[in-house]
Ligand binder design. Structure first.
Ligand code: FPP
Length: 237
């Protein structure tokens, strides 16, 4: 039987800075080249039947980087959402965002909102950008909402299930990632989709994100297809 590709692929795009440094360039050039890898990964997802692609673009911890880098990443995000909207529409890609967007500048929020609205009808691929995203923060917010419901008498503690929590996460209507890829030789999740990753397959590659192209994508997908997913059950094959 032909193995299926992941329905939901999530990527921790790491190594932009090292890619730039190795070429004697400013870190920002690594992020710009990283956008090229995003473009090609979107195309490869469509070609391979992946339905959801979540990319870790900016974490709650990334605010601690030098102001200049934070500023240029935010600028890049604005530029990309504005410039890429026509192409995303042509490709049938719906762009969505997860994370605490209230903390972003008005300009950034406006540009991402416009792209979100303009691509809202598309259904070939959902491209989900995690911006000011941190899984612990996401879970904390869900806990706060549940606590409020319990205090208000709208929910009893016996009725709190794992679905109650999942339904209050940013990803409430998105299936859990089947495969999470991290580039650049680091082997950790770094506060990315911690709840949703409970049964995700993990794939780590030494390739830096700006060098992540067709060959690496196909290698990761082929590797995933060979895996047996048991979800805590036994293998009946
Ligand atoms: C990790 O590389 C990458 C990021 C923190 C940002 C990811 C951003 C992009 C791919 C560019 C597109 C951006 C947006 C906002 C659409 P790193 O800087 O940690 O690399 P290093 O570990 O080699 O220093």
């Amino acid at each position: 039987m032909e193995s299926l590709p992941p329905v939901h692929l999530a990527v921790i795009m790491d190594g932009n800075g090292r890619w730039a440094k190795a070429r004697g360039l400013d870190r920002f050039h690594g992020h710009i080249q990283g956008v090229e890898s995003i473009r090609s990964t979107v195309e490869l997802c469509i070609e391979n039947g992946v339905r959801y692609l979540t990319l870790y673009a900016f974490s709650t911890e990334n605010w601690g980087r030098p102001d200049e880098e934070v500023h240029s990443l935010m600028e890049l995000l604005c530029q990309c959402t504005v410039n890429e909207t026509p192409q995303l529409k042509k490709q049938g890609v719906r762009l969505r965002f997860i994370g605490d967007l209230d903390k972003l500048d008005d300009k950034v929020r406006e540009s991402i909102h416009a792209c979100h609205v303009e691509t809202g009808e598309n259904d070939k691929l959902q491209l989900i950008l995690a911006v000011n995203y941190g899984a612990r923060n996401e879970i904390k917010e869900a806990v706060k909402k549940i606590t409020e419901k319990v205090i208000n008498g709208d929910l009893s503690t016996e009725n709190i299930t794992t679905d109650t929590i999942a339904d209050l996460l940013y990803t409430a209507d998105i299936p859990d990632p089947d495969l999470i890829i991290r580039t650049s030789g680091e082997s950790r999740l770094s506060n990315f989709l911690l709840w949703q990753a409970a049964y995700s397959e993990l794939y780590f590659t030494d390739v830096l994100w700006p060098d992540f192209g067709r060959e690496e994508f196909e290698k990761a997908i082929e590797n995933y297809k060979k895996r047996t997913r048991k979800f805590g059950l036994i293998n009946n094959k």
